[in-house]
Design a protein around this ligand. Structure first.
Ligand code: XMP
Length: 322
């Protein structure tokens, strides 16, 4: 029957069966899915696994440091960090279309993994397998499930190149998020990792509506850090499934700050509640919390002069704006 302990045992057996004595790499994103997938594979095949963390420059404030220290401390896994921010930004230059962004990011991730794999085993050896923390809802929404529509190319499902050199190991492919969290707890991962709110692999790139640039990333990163800090301070982290903060980079509106006219960008707050991300409701944040977030963002992030709240459920909206 379907207990966390049974899921762990079955999936360890299945991973051993698939991988044999092959070498495996796993991309860590900082999120719970890749962390749990990596921890399972580590249980199954030990030091045949090397984790790779691609810092694509699209992360939130403090996130890279978190992966580099917390996950390694919790698991003792061997980790290789690839700093690829310049490459990702270069490839994304001039691109506004959401699906194009996702495809580019998926392709660049794989290029980074291929490069990391060559460095890990040297010229003689070979890495055969790539672990992905793909969940059941990702499979369905990328059109991999039976009768499913292709809503978005999740970077870890639909966005893979045709000439992929690795076989995929996807131990979470039949699981929902709550089951993944149960498995994470079963494996003894720390609570802050297991209960972290989901964050998409393509990162802030799909929360900037318009072209992704370093300046725009800096604006969004500041606004996002404020919103997250205030949600945490209000004690609402576990009540809210996810809290995307979105920059409408191609939109400007007139404002007044001090006695001067401003012509800045809007920030969208997108708090949602959900069971599994397949459907969602907009999160009813308290007005005083919304006010604190709005005041701080417009005071502390110079380029932003307006904060709006997204009150759309899913469907018809998706959780992310792209
Ligand atoms: P949507 O926006 O489709 O998102 O309602 C559903 C859930 O999936 C996350 N998401 C992604 N996760 N790679 C990921 O790992 C992706 O490309 C991706 N796109 C969306 C989203 O944050 C939400 O939790």
């Amino acid at each position: 029957d379907w207990t966390p302990a049974n899921i762990v045992d079955d999936s360890i057996a299945a991973i051993r069966q698939q991988v044999g004595d092959g070498q495996v790499i796993c991309g860590l994103s900082g999120g719970v899915d890749s962390a749990v997938a990596a921890a399972l594979v580590q249980r199954a095949v030990g030091d045949q696994l090397t984790c790779v963390f691609v810092d694509h420059g699209l992360l939130r404030k403090g996130e890279a440091e978190q992966v580099e220290t917390d996950f390694v401390a919790a698991t003792g896994v061997s980790l290789k960090v690839v700093d690829a921010a310049a490459e990702f930004l270069g490839e994304l230059a001039g691109v506004s279309d959401p699906e194009s962004k996702r495809k580019i990011i998926g392709r660049e991730f794989i290029r980074c993994f291929e490069r990391a794999a060559r460095e890990i085993v040297g010229e003689s050896g070979q890495v055969d397998f790539l672990v992905q923390g793909t969940l059941y809802p990702d499979v369905v929404e990328s059109g991999g499930g039976e009768g499913a529509a292709n809503i978005k190319s999740h970077h870890n499902v639909g966005g893979l190149p045709d000439d992929l050199q690795f076989a995929l190991v996807e131990p979470l492919r039949t699981l929902f998020k709550d089951e993944v969290r149960a498995v994470g707890e079963q494996l003894g991962l720390p609570a802050e990792m297991v209960w972290r709110q989901p964050f998409p692999g393509p990162g802030l790139a799909i929360r900037i509506i318009g072209e992704v640039t370093a300046d725009r990333l800096a604006i969004l990163r500041e606004a996002d850090a404020i919103a997250r800090a205030e949600l945490t301070a209000a004690g609402l982290d576990r009540d809210i499934w996810q809290f995307p903060v979105v920059l409408l980079a191609d939109v400007r509106s007139v404002g007044v700050q001090g006695d001067g006219r401003t012509y800045g960008h809007p920030i969208v707050l997108r708090p949602v509640t959900s069971e599994d991300a397949m459907t969602a409701d907009w999160g009813r944040l308290p007005y005083d919390l919304l006010e604190r977030i709005s005041t701080r963002i417009t005071n502390e992030v110079r380029e932003v002069n307006r904060v709006v709240v997204d009150i759309t459920s899913k469907p018809p909206g998706t959780i992310e704006w792209e």
